[in-house]
Design a protein around this ligand. Structure first.
Ligand SMILES: Nc1ncnc2c1ncn2[C@@H]1O[C@H](COP(=O)(O)OP(=O)(O)OP(=O)(O)O)[C@@H](O)[C@H]1O
Ligand SMILES: [Mg+2]
Length: 443
């Protein structure tokens, strides 16, 4: 199903002088850049709906310049504002603008851009009271989740968030951060499965200049960037073993070493982790360190599948439709009886994410005011659930595909994952789903 494109633009208004590398990384990450070098007569034009942040570049600019910029910024008190300082400028003698949300002490690179993204998306400025409300639903299963969120948030211990794909694990992790005393600090989410194995260590823990070929400058890792806040390790089961060892050290001692350095750096982060695979089984198979598992699994938050959440499905469907209507002009404004029946009957293997995508799509294709089961494409899906229908054939084809690829690759999971363009964890999950015992097959 085609994703609905996000037509909002992301724009950085750079007050000062960006370097050519900074221009490049911003452009590569899809940001539009507007440079304001001289505040006199300058105006900050904002277009409704766009995601805009101002970055005040304090490097090499004098107090008079800063005073002018402050004057310009005072006309936009709600604009998310970031300051970029050098290590020297970050001393007490430079006063940051009062509404500054974050000071960045490194030239802009990928990890800093992530922090910018969080600011622009409003994670730093949304009042915390709204955060609990992000999780829509009032089923007993969701009330239990909310109760746990409130219980776990203030306690500075790791939380392991479990649940099927699309159940809201990341949303819950963000809510934990926002409800915690760390809410003023950064929230950095990392998908461990999406990081190339050879770059994981550098991304997470940083590196010194010259630590390896291509390391032309010192780089701060995501853990250091999250100092004072929360790191969310998504798909933690995908973390390579050497990175697991370093993560254990962060959890046990609160310290890390950048690659290429022996100096131990203290970091103050709360670690939240999520997995949709059975980590206990990964431990049993030697793919995940047992000691790390115990360190992560201190508090456990389970996100229930949508099919166990009763009327939440209808509540969520209405919420997603209303949200979509705010941004797009569509006729659809509700669901007819067939659609509502099918919403309840469907098994929702992709959970809330599947519902969100079906509702968006239906809102676009629906010609009437009420969305029907056909627009949701749930007629086929529901009838496919019985017996040996379409669903049965799909499951069979999936099993064949994974088995054939495993055989072709001599049961090499990494190679199989590469050929099927999925993560290694997905291969393990599919093996489990289709009762394919890797060890037995190999012999
Ligand atoms: N209770 C909820 N209320 C509103 N939106 C929700 C809720 N749960 C999930 N969503 C939305 O559903 C989508 C999927 O949620 P999220 O990314 O948190 O799931 P996940 O469990 O991390 O998925 P995956 O396992 O695939 O990483 C997001 O767009 C999220 O905003
Ligand atoms: Mg997720």
């Amino acid at each position: 199903m085609a994703a609905v494109p996000d037509i909002r633009k992301r724009c950085i208004i750079w007050l000062g002088n960006p370097g050519s590398h900074e221009r490049e990384v911003l452009a590569a990450a899809g940001w539009e850049l507007r440079v304001v070098e001289d505040a006199r007569g300058a105006r900050i034009g904002l277009r409704g709906g766009d995601q805009v942040a101002a970055l005040v570049d304090l490097r090499g600019n004098d107090p008079a310049w800063l005073a002018e910029m402050r004057d310009l910024l005072s006309r936009h008190p709600d604009l998310p504002l970031v300051a970029l300082c050098t290590a020297v400028d970050s001393g007490d003698d430079v006063e940051l603008p009062g509404n500054c949300l974050l000071a960045l002490h490194e030239p802009l690179d990928l990890s800093q851009i992530r922090r910018l993204q969080q600011i622009v998306e409003g994670d730093h400025i949304r009042p915390s009271s709204q955060q609990g409300d992000c999780l829509i639903g009032d089923s007993p299963a969701l009330l239990q989740v909310r109760a746990n969120l409130n219980k776990f948030a203030p306690v500075d211990l790791p939380v392991l968030v479990t649940g099927e794909t699309g159940t809201g694990k990341e949303l819950a992790a963000r809510a934990l951060h926002e409800l915690s005393p760390r809410r003023g600090g950064p929230f950095i989410a990392i998908n461990c499965g999406a990081l190339p194995p050879n770059l994981v260590q550098a991304e997470l823990f940083g590196h010194e200049r010259g630590a390896f070929t291509g390391a032309s400058a010192r780089r701060i890792g995501l853990f250091e960037s999250a100092d004072g806040g929360t790191v969310f390790l998504d798909e933690v089961g995908d973390l390579p073993l050497d990175a697991q060892t370093n993560l254990l050290r962060v959890l046990q001692e609160g310290t890390l070493e950048r690659i290429g350095s022996r100096q131990s750096i203290r970091v103050d982060v709360r670690v939240l982790a999520a997995t949709h695979v059975d980590l206990e089984e990964a431990v049993a198979q030697g793919r995940f360190r047992q000691d790390l598992f115990y360190r992560l699994d201190v508090l456990r938050l389970h996100m229930p599948p949508l099919r166990d959440r009763g009327n939440d499905v209808e509540l969520l469907a209405k919420h997603f439709l209303a949200q979509f209507r705010e941004q797009h002009r569509v006729r659809a404004r509700g669901f007819d009886a067939t659609a509502r029946r099918q919403l309840h009957a469907h098994r929702w293997p992709g959970n809330v994410r599947e519902l969100l995508n079906r509702v968006r799509r239906a809102a676009v294709v629906s010609e009437g005011e009420l969305i029907d089961a056909k627009a949701l494409q749930l007629q086929q899906a529901v009838s496919a659930d019985d017996g040996d229908g379409l669903d049965g054939r799909r499951v069979h084809a999936e099993r064949e595909a994974i088995l054939t690829t495993l055989r072709d690759t001599g049961f090499n999971v990494s190679e199989c994952a590469r050929r099927l363009r999925v993560s290694r964890v997905t291969v393990y999950r599919l093996c489990k789903k289709h009762q394919l015992e890797l060890e037995a097959l190999r012999t």
